[in-house]
Design a binder for this molecule. Sequence first.
Ligand code: ACO
Length: 382
Amino acid sequence: MSENHDAEQIRKGLAGVVADHTAISKVNPETNSLLYRGYPVQQLAAQLSFEEVALLLWTGELPTEAERDEFLSFERSHRALDPQVKAAVDLLPTDCHPMDVGRTAVSVLGARHPQAEDSSPEVELAKAKALFAAFPAVVAYDQRRRRGLAAVEPRDDLDYSQNFLWMTFGQEQAPEVVDAFRVSMVLYAEHSFNASTFTARVVTSTLADLHSAVTAAIGALKGPLHGGANEAVMHTFEEIGIDTAETRADAAVRAKAWMEQALAEKRKVMGFGHRVYKNGDSRVPTMKTALDAMVAHYGRGELMGLYDGLEAAMDEAKGIKPNLDYPAGPTYHLMGFDTEMFTPLFIASRITGWTSHIMEQRASNALIRPLSAYNGPAERSL
Ligand code: ACO
């Protein structure tokens, strides 16, 4: 095929293009639903641990009790911060973006993997599980070093979410906090051919290794039009100004005025809109319930004034609804994470979806290489 293509053939941003099959998740904007391997994500968030959801995504089926227990014991024994990864992280400035730390850590883990170039299904699944288990220590350590604190050793008497928060804050958290964290992990885990997952599939399609694909996906996730939006939501709240002494109603009024001004200036407001969902993100109600529990736990109603005010003003002006990042950002803020740490939390979760897609792509591979319509100068001579 030549590259003489009409402009009409271009699907800018690949919008509306169906690039391949997937059996991992189904996003249905008409019914505002999201299924992981056939199961509604709301049911999974209500009833399963994140570890069980990870196994479902990787294998296609819910684990038996024995399979689950085997994985729980594997995960608990692979949580420690690799000393070489720690050494690499320590070389990075404490004011670099934490996504750069996450990207570097995965790259180092790949370079040090004894079977780095082995992409057989068994090895690939083992790599995915090990990365799932190892990554929380990277995020927790990075959060702590930015506060001048030493790393906290993992505890194998805690589940994934409890231990993640333990390693980050050095304290056990209340059950409602752990549960909100678990819910966020389940909801962030998978979302078909989003930008970072598609990036992972593109890299895999060249037959590169799993860690290269995940490293590239982290780069795609960092941007504010994708995962970086959860962090950007909090920056919006900070720009409006968080006043813990303010009433919810007063905060809503200020937020509404801010939104009207932002839209008048044609600004994109992060945490709103979605390429696939045009009438609301299926994951938002579940995450919003978790956020409400955090707000009640920490007694921070004024934050919801900002939340409600922005949401109502956006809906009124443009009919655009919040996406998952909108309730996730303030949830992580209330838990005590620095704003810049929010998107690495998304990595920790999406490792499951990315690695599932890497394995699916590998099992039925075709090099991903679209065409372009050339619009540069006509052929000319020197
Ligand atoms: N703020 C203001 N206006 C918006 C927003 C927004 N967040 N989202 C869409 N619009 C407007 C656009 O300005 C555009 O208006 P116009 O037609 O008058 O120019 C129209 O809605 C269509 O927007 P597009 O950006 O063309 O739609 P697209 O499908 O490409 O965008 C996207 C989807 C990138 C997510 C967009 O809604 C956006 O930039 N949102 C903010 C970033 C964000 O929150 N990303 C997180 C995605 S979800 C996730 O990663 C978990």
